[in-house]
Design a protein around this ligand. Structure first.
Ligand code: FES
Ligand code: FES
Length: 152
């Protein structure tokens, strides 16, 4: 019996072992390579996806636990086929360097901007505690989140 997963609104099936980490199925079977397997230990956030609307490290989640959930990857966060407000703001604030952390940052910050329109600088910092960036200071990322909050 296969796994049945709902990813970015599409109903997809996989014959992988049910304990396969969700990120491996997303990347290797469904070719959704935005989420990055970096630490694979739940520390860095590069693999973050939304599970029923909540930012969740997909490296730690056995795929079987994601059945019956709404899974949304960074590929599914576009608005009208284009960048969403946080992606626009990150670009405008020149907040990206190597980009390895950014799919996870976009997932966490999109969740914040859409669920906490009143979020403060401290709320942004708190929302990013599960996302590590090894290139930038976080200041431009925080400025981008504030810009997105101000323009949505
Ligand atoms: S790869 Fe999942 S938290 Fe780092
Ligand atoms: S931009 Fe390189 S890890 Fe964040």
């Amino acid at each position: 019996m296969g796994l049945s997963l709902t990813v970015n609104g599409d109903h997809l099936t996989s014959t992988a072992d049910p304990i396969t980490p969700l990120i491996d199925i997303l990347r290797e079977e469904f070719h959704l390579t935005g989420a990055k397997p970096v630490c694979r230990e739940g520390f860095c956030g590069a693999c973050m996806v939304l599970i029923d609307g909540k930012p969740t490290p997909s490296c730690l989640m056995p795929a079987a636990l994601a059945e019956a959930c709404d899974i949304r990857t960074v590929e599914g966060l576009a608005v009208n086929g284009g960048l969403n407000p946080i992606q626009v703001a990150l670009e405008a604030c020149d907040a990206v360097q190597c980009g390895m952390c950014f799919p996870g940052m976009v997932v966490s910050l999109t969740h914040l901007v859409t669920t906490r329109p009143e979020a403060t600088r401290d709320d942004i910092r708190a929302a990013l505690t599960g996302n590590i960036c090894r290139c930038t200071g976080y200041e431009r990322i925080i400025e981008a989140a504030l810009l997105a909050l101000a323009t949505t």
